[in-house]
Design a protein around this ligand. Structure first.
Ligand code: SF4
Length: 375
């Protein structure tokens, strides 16, 4: 059985109607429950829950402190390439956009990584577009092997691979995989992913479990908030995370909350998500998944990131640049970026803000070397 079977069951369950019809009494019952059911999750994501954010935030905060204390892990994204053969309507790297394209050489990747290491980062996330001609698995594995001694943890957010491909990555030194489904709504997915390998919904849906089966220590999922009804998308993402956690209990599952931002191409969110709704999504996920890592990127403003910090977040990116070569050459054109960054603080400023909020920022909270490999 795969998560595709589970998603088929969720699709038959009429989840959207259950979420929309939940009452304040359903929300209070969910908040009083220790181990939440699928119906409780639906209640916490409902329009009724949006009016009870203070109570929900209190439970999310208490749950996070109990399971994670006050530690917030910091990581930096490193874009290796913006070349892509897919046409995703919302992405600046889409093949349909006429923007300068670049793929870093191995020496350039090391030079970018040195900037991040010198800033204190020990966890790096490598990103690419989806163009095997520009950067294939073998070349990615060589770059990972070069960067591995420089960091405590190397993760990838790249094109989906077969299980063997993920095994190659783990052998090269990758310990974390991030891969967003973007939306769990099949019709919206088909409309927004117009061409290329990414137009295959199920092939993408099953990639996280292939990564976990291949031995990834950490697997991150999520959806791009703003593409479709966020309540149903977060409902599906949380159930996906719970399914992965049960199946691959040795793998730490994380959930990210990327909200649609401006990108080259000018795509507008069909289902915009307010700050309050983003907070609800984070709190509901935290309460339903007490042990999952929750990730918030620099897509959000500094003020909002500081506000959301206590309600479940365990990892944050900082000082991010979303185009290849951007750390060494920050002065170059922003239209090569995947999306607009909203938190423009340096890593040191984010570190200081987390500390002044009474939390412990950590450039390193795990070390693949000390752990004896990826797992
Ligand atoms: S979202 Fe990924 S696959 Fe789609 S266009 Fe952007 S880089 Fe390419």
């Amino acid at each position: 059985m795969t998560f595709a079977d589970e998603l088929a069951r969720i699709e038959r369950s009429n989840a959207a109607a259950i979420i929309d019809s939940a009452t304040p009494a359903d929300v209070r019952r969910a908040l009083a429950t220790e181990r939440l059911t699928e119906r409780d999750l639906a209640a916490l994501l409902s329009p009724a829950a949006e009016q009870m954010l203070d109570e929900i935030g209190g439970r999310a905060r208490e749950t996070t402190l109990r399971h994670f204390g006050r530690t917030i892990g910091l990581y930096a994204p490193l874009y290796l390439s913006n070349e892509c053969e897919n046409e995703c309507a919302y992405c600046g790297f889409s093949a349909a956009n006429r923007v300068p394209r670049a793929t870093l050489s191995e020496a350039e990747a090391v030079a970018e990584a040195e900037v991040l290491r010198d800033r204190g980062f020990r966890h790096v996330l490598l990103l690419t577009g989806e163009s095997p001609r520009a950067l294939d698995e073998a070349r990615l594995a060589r770059i990972v092997a070069l960067l591995r001694p420089m960091f405590a943890s190397v993760s990838i957010e790249v094109f989906p691979m077969a299980e063997d491909g993920y095994r190659t990555m783990v052998a090269a030194g990758v310990d974390g995989l991030t891969l967003y489904q973007e939306t769990y709504d099949r019709a919206t997915y088909a409309r927004l992913h117009r061409s290329g390998r990414k137009s295959d919904f199920d092939a993408r849906l099953l990639a996280p479990e292939r990564g976990a089966a291949a031995g990834m220590r950490r697997v991150g999922i999520g959806c791009l908030l703003g593409l479709a009804d966020f309540r149903r998308d977060i409902f599906c993402a949380a159930l996906h995370a719970a399914w992965l956690s049960r199946r691959y209990w040795r793998t730490h599952i994380t959930v990210s909350f990327p909200r649609l931002r401006h990108a080259e191409g000018g795509f507008a969110a069909a289902a915009p998500v307010t700050d309050r709704q983003l907070a609800l999504a984070i709190c509901a996920t935290r309460i339903f998944l007490p042990r999952a890592g929750l990730v918030l990127s620099t897509r959000e403003t500094s003020a909002l990131r500081d506000t959301l910090l206590p309600f479940g977040i365990t990892q944050m990116s900082a000082g991010s640049c979303t185009r290849p070569g951007g750390y060494l050459h920050p002065e170059e054109a922003a239209n090569e970026a995947q999306f607009s960054v909203e938190d423009h603080r340096t890593a040191e400023e984010v570190f200081a803000a987390i500390r002044s909020a009474g939390y412990d920022p950590a450039y390193k909270d795990w070390d693949a070397e000390l752990a004896g490999g990826a797992r």
